[in-house]
Design a protein around this ligand. Structure first.
Ligand SMILES: Nc1ncnc2c1ncn2[C@@H]1O[C@H](COP(=O)(O)OP(=O)(O)OP(=O)(O)O)[C@@H](O)[C@H]1O
Ligand SMILES: O=P(O)(O)OC[C@H]1O[C@](O)(CO)[C@@H](O)[C@@H]1O
Ligand SMILES: [Mg+2]
Length: 319
């Protein structure tokens, strides 16, 4: 093995830098060189490479965003573009790659492996939408950030006896909404994985106010609909003082939590060991708190299993 290339791709996620740091430090420990590829697959094809040293990644464990930058570069789905990327890697003596990104980015990692560059995918996305893993790097920080925002929204909602419909991120996956909804004591959690009854939600809110509650919070996954549209629908079933709120990209920023730092570090360390063992085309995941691997190819036929029981628990606790 010569040198490891590392890139971050897709939406940035808190903890990506911690993973890059772990890869760099572990690789150096084993006498390997590490090259940072900037701007995801776009930088790979352009040859935007930077040698990483232990000093480069110092203080990176606590930094949000990705210092390697990220990109959405759909052109990388084309074989001839992938081959240009491989040429760049060979030119720079890089024979293995670690990709930190979401499900889309994994397609690129598999393509590189098939073209002779052993590549390992680390789950780096706030969405937690990757099959065969209960956790993705950035999920915990994003949930904490959203939860803190909702705590603040509840303060103002209570002061005015208002209902707030709050959109949280997650693309087509409801995991952030489920976690944040339960953690913030939402009156309803609405996600793409489950059908919902907007009239029943309105009735529940009405009952709450009648019984003396002074606020209503609905956590709405962005994959279902916009908070503004949901508000319009809700108002057909009751007269609420109701506001729509979108937390948005704030959920992707900020210093990673302890959980994200530790898991990103473990995953980065593990990825180097997999490459040292000559492995490629694998996705690192976590099941019952333990790291494991699956063939990337197997992920594409699977759907991520959300912890939907969180919604059941929340439902059981609402009248
Ligand atoms: N089929 C594919 N083949 C090769 N590369 C791909 C493919 N699909 C996506 N990619 C690469 O991965 C990049 C990121 O994919 P995508 O935008 O789906 O984000 P992601 O990795 O799923 O992360 P997130 O959803 O968290 O933002 C794309 O811009 C592209 O460069
Ligand atoms: O940063 P962009 O391109 O606006 O993408 C937003 C999307 O990226 C994510 O933040 C991460 O995949 C999703 O939750 C969201 O739907
Ligand atoms: Mg994705």
């Amino acid at each position: 093995m010569k040198r490891i290339g590392i890139l971050t791709s897709g939406g940035d996620a808190p903890g990506m830098n911690a993973a890059v740091r772990a890869v760099t430090k572990t690789a150096i420990h084993h006498g390997l060189g590490v090259v940072g590829i900037r701007y995801g697959y776009a930088g790979l094809v352009a040859g935007d490479f930077v040698t990483l040293t232990a000093e480069n990644v110092d203080h990176m464990i606590n930094m949000g965003g990705t210092f390697l930058y990220s990109a959405r570069y759909p052109e990388f789905a084309q074989k001839e573009v992938q081959e240009k990327g491989v040429e760049q890697l060979k030119k720079h003596d890089i024979d293995t790659v670690i990709v930190i990104g979401g499900d889309g980015s994994y397609h690129g990692a598999l393509a590189l492996t098939r073209l002779g560059i052993n590549s390992i995918g680390l789950p780096g996305t706030i969405d937690n939408d990757i099959p065969y893993t209960e956790y993705t790097i950035g999920l915990d920080t994003a949930c904490n950030t959203a939860m803190q925002a909702i705590d603040r929204i509840r303060d103002t909602a209570s002061s005015h006896h208002r209902v707030f419909v709050v959109n949280v991120m997650g693309r087509n996956c409801g995991d952030i909404a489920m976690r944040v909804g339960l953690a913030s004591g939402a009156d309803a959690i609405v996600v793409p994985e489950r059908s919902y009854d907007i009239k029943a939600i309105a009735e529940r809110l009405k009952r709450g106010f009648k019984d003396g509650k002074d606020n209503g919070i609905i956590i709405l996954a962005e994959g279902v609909m916009d908070a503004a549209d949901f508000r319009t629908e809700l108002l057909k079933y009751g007269e609420f003082d109701c506001r729509a709120n979108v937390i948005g990209h704030m959920q992707r920023g900020g210093a990673p939590t302890v959980t994200d730092r530790i898991n990103a570090t473990k995953m980065g360390n593990y990825a180097v060991k997999l490459l040292l063992d000559g492995k490629g085309g694998l996705a690192v995941g976590m099941e019952n708190g333990q790291l494991e691997t699956h063939d990337i190819l197997d992920l594409f036929d699977e759907k991520h299993a959300s912890e939907e029981s969180l919604i059941d628990i929340n439902e059981e606790m609402t009248k």
